[in-house]
Design a protein around this ligand. Sequence first.
Ligand code: URP
Ligand code: ZN
Ligand code: ZN
Length: 503
Amino acid sequence: MQQFDLTIRHGLVASDEAVFEADVGIVGDRIVEVARGLPAGRRDIDATGRYVLPGGIDTHCHVEQRSGMGIMGADDWYSASVAAAYGGTTMIVPFAAQHRGHSLKQVADDYAALAAAKSVIDYSYHLIVSETDRQTLQEDLVEQIRRGITSFKVYMTYDQLKIDDYQMLDVLALAARERALVMVHAENNDVIRWVSQKLLESGRTAPKYHATSHVALAESEATNRVIQLSKLFDVPVLIVHVSAQDALATIGAAQRMGAQVYGETCPHYLLLTEDAMDLPGVEGAKYCCSPPLRDANAQEALWTALKDGVLQTVSSDHAPYRFDESGKLPHGDATTFKQMANGMPGLETRLPLLFSEGVNKGRMTLPEFVALSATNHARMYGIAPRKGLVTVGADADIAVWDPRHEVVLTASGLHDRVGYTPYEGTKVTGWPRTVISAGRVIVDDGRFDAQPGSGRFIPRSTPLPFQNERALSASSRFFRGLAEGASSEAHATFGYTDRKNQN
Ligand code: URP
Ligand code: ZN
Ligand code: ZN
């Protein structure tokens, strides 16, 4: 019988499909057995009364990154990865952000070095692409995709990052050819700009007007627009941080009509409303994110969309800006809603909140929680089968949850460097008491044990939406060919002529 380095015994293991009694045997960094009645390993964890779940994967978080407004976040790869681990997340995928005028290759190389030196858990990163010149798209982006960075984000708003529709078409065509997943921040920039300008001119500067200016139709219009553009090439797109019913309805309708569109939401849209921003002075800035918090009806629609499969992932969108002049309040108490850094912390609280409010309150099953917190992330972003399930052959990334353990969330009890939490005083039930990263017990009953740089870069394979590619329509083949500069003779071989295209 094999000698295990580590065993987790007497617990309930959950996958995205089932919950079952099993012990888990680990050798080195891998799971080598999942079965009943395993003998104790060199180290043995008693999981009686606990759930043995795949470590969470957070595929949308901002770490050691400058925002769309040019503001540096407070967390580096060390503090962010420690906070993630305490919250049951064993892989993070933040963003190497290309701001306008910068080389994508340089941005990616610099970011890789920061991550390698500091992360305590395994990681990858997406790119944020803000330039669409030949060097960026055809050289640097292609090189990054081929080394396993198989997804990237584009913005339809934020002046320093946004791309226009023409550029979006270049990006989508490239993604179709290279089989990379495009994540889209979908908000109509001009609607936000126009409403903001009028609000400021009329003296409405308080944080709560952020929500007014990022009106839900700005989100649904941009969501619809990028979905339509993606249909030109029949290329998958994933709409990140979906916040409202209109955008959800747009995504759901497009899915029913066969568009390859996927979606993500975040705990703050499920649990908070825009009323949180209506506080004295600039206090409401703590709750400012884009898209903004909405209302109770939006929350209900989002929970339903997680159940129905319209949305595939729940990510933190951790955006760590301190409540001071370095982040939320660049002009102190005189900061207007237009000047506040956008985003909220959430790496450590993502899974406990989703577990407490989702599983323990009966809004989702345990397998659904596993899917939304880990398995779907692994599949959507090319990390499966290496991660995302407690199964033989997978990396030993595991969180052992006590479903009854109660924690009152406070900023001082969390491990990021933000200094506040939007959930101060909120009681959650259920917490990951033991967290294992690649076979190492890194969190055990509140104690942390991992060195900076001990996390590994995980090259990612082709995202799931490209793995079972369907036959392309003649129209999609034509426009994909057109993006590559194919001649009309070449197009004729696809059975799609220039004349047809004139209709
Ligand atoms: O407000 C947010 N979400 N800030 C983070 C940046 C982004 O667009 O995701
Ligand atoms: Zn965004
Ligand atoms: Zn984000």
